[in-house]
Design a protein around this ligand. Sequence first.
Ligand SMILES: [Zn+2]
Length: 383
Amino acid sequence: MRFITADSIFNGEDFLKGNPVLILVGEKIVDVQPESEINPLAIERFKGILTPGFVNAHCHLELSHLIGQVPRHTGLSGFAMELMRVRNGSKPDDVQQAMQAANDFMWSHGVVLCGDISNGPDSFAIKANSTLYYHTFIELIGLRPEAASPVFERGKELLRVLNEKGLAGSFAPHAPYTVSRELFTAIATENVKNNTTLSVHNQESPEETDFFRGSGKNIRALYASIGIDISWFEPAFANSFSYYFDTIKEARSLLVHNTFTGEAEIQAARHSEVWWCFCPRANLYIENAMPYLKHFTKYLHRTCLGTDSLASNNDLNVLNEANTLLQCFGELSIEHALQMLTSNGAEAFGLGHRFGRLQAGMAPGLNLIAEHNRNLTFVQKVI
Ligand SMILES: [Zn+2]
């Protein structure tokens, strides 16, 4: 049995008052007691803030070997074109080594739960051997309505391979500009049936909005560059969100990026179980833009954080995503930032009973961090 305390303890929702001590057996919290109830000689004291293990809600382990290879500030279609180019020349051994290193880095920096996008099975073995809990999103792509059924069947096969390794997963439409409404509907229906989370890249760039208003030459150029004819696609929507959201509104959904999301979309989603996932450093990398967090002030209890991939970030330290938001939005409190990193992230996966809270009966990991002038630094993994 261990008795652990620190200068302060954040339990996933609030800073605890009254000098509490966490009582653990192995990795499991069995009780939280006031310090006065415990033999002072038995207590381990840490300098800093204790928190539950972190949730990185959006990652692409498969792209870990591409660190530093895609230029910054290209915009989304430029990024996608460069990404495809550099990805084609990747050696399988390099890919595996980089994924393993990325996994190890996340674990040693306090991440216990990761929502990871997979286009294929390359990362499954590493995930199966990992101490991290992964929820894998099988990402599906197909703008042609008639492709929905075969694409979905291939996705089902990949999910079966994932599940066979004992790993959890669900389906994820890549983004509105690459997925038909038919495929969105098929994915949402299946995820609702399985009571699992859907993930979609949402409003990541202004090009996306242009595309759904009928212009969008950059996204059309992206399709042309890979030899896919989309001249038949004649969208006439207010934006990408209004193209797809009604097809997924019954599903628990993780909407990722939201860099160009406005109040109208937040209002439209308020009766659905939507979680807004921000990846601010990737937004700065790709678009040199930041989501307008002020719009989300009333919905901070529905926000979480992700690093995106190493193709668009310097590292997979999800604490730095919180720091980027804390620097840009004075209204965001440390408590809110820590909620995004812990309990909110866990709830987004329907895993609030396992992760994100320092609560008796749970084994959510235990991190020690420090805070100075609204900047959070990772000190160590305690558990
Ligand atoms: Zn992504």
